[in-house]
Design a protein around this ligand. Structure first.
Ligand SMILES: C[S@@+](CC[C@H](N)C(=O)[O-])C[C@H]1O[C@@H](n2cnc3c(N)ncnc32)[C@H](O)[C@@H]1O
Length: 212
């Protein structure tokens, strides 16, 4: 059932993402990825919407995506760019790559959807070199406990079913710290930049580092 929901979501996500790109998400992606270099792993790359934003100093990008339809689109995006990008099948909870082999990892709007966030973050931590960083842009649960309880209920009855297993109530910053990342430089931010808050407005943006 969860698998089927994710497959359906994969069909309409690229259209939804296109409207968000115009609302400022594209600019956030560019800022998030600025300064990256070396070998980078992107987890849950979707249709490859981050690919054009990687700086030239990124010498190799390996992008993991479990949905076949999104992988095909990501492959097309990679082929259109003159870059070393490999798109592979895989899940964040069991990354098919070597331990300690990446300078940086990237996750944008993915840790809300993985089935097991602790396992996914332990895997990302495993594949990074000591001192490597996880650049992330993730929507997270509200800091207000009452609102957070409402988010959990909303996830259970509607949101996760409609949005491919996405959760609005996750405390992703705490999960990163549990996995061993230094999260001190992650910034809470509201997105999109509207005069009123949306259900999924609170975000964490920035870099979490694996200690040396
Ligand atoms: C909301 S989309 C975001 C896609 C892309 N990262 C972006 O910024 O537009 C969520 C993505 O996470 C992927 N995903 C879901 N569960 C996953 C898992 N366990 N491991 C890796 N990726 C996963 C989905 O297939 C989808 O591509």
């Amino acid at each position: 059932m969860a698998r089927r929901r994710r497959r359906l979501f994969a069909r309409w996500y690229p259209g939804l993402a296109a409207s968000l790109e115009e609302r400022g998400l594209g600019e956030w992606r560019r800022r998030l990825l600025a300064g990256l270099e070396g070998r980078v792993l992107e987890v849950g790359c979707g249709h490859g919407v981050n690919f054009p934003h990687y700086p030239g100093a990124v010498t190799e990008l390996v992008a993991v995506e479990p949905e076949a339809h999104l992988r095909d689109l990501a492959d097309e995006q990679a082929a259109a760019l003159d870059r070393t990008i490999t798109v592979i099948d895989g899940q964040a909870e069991a990354l098919p790559v070597e331990t300690g082999s990446f300078d940086a990892a990237v996750s944008t709007l993915v840790l809300c959807s993985v089935e097991d966030q602790d396992k996914a973050l332990a895997e990302i931590h495993r594949v990074l070199k000591p001192g490597g960083e996880l650049r992330c842009l993730e929507h997270v649960g509200s800091a207000n406990r009452v609102i957070r309880a409402g988010e959990r209920a909303f996830d259970a009855v509607f949101w996760s079913h409609a949005f491919g297993g996405c959760h609005t109530a996750r405390d992703t910053g705490a999960a990163m710290a549990r996995a061993g990342f230094d999260t001190g430089t992650l910034t809470p931010r509201r997105f999109p930049d509207l005069p009123f808050p949306l259900w999924v407005s609170p975000h964490l943006i920035g870099s979490a580092r694996k200690p040396d």
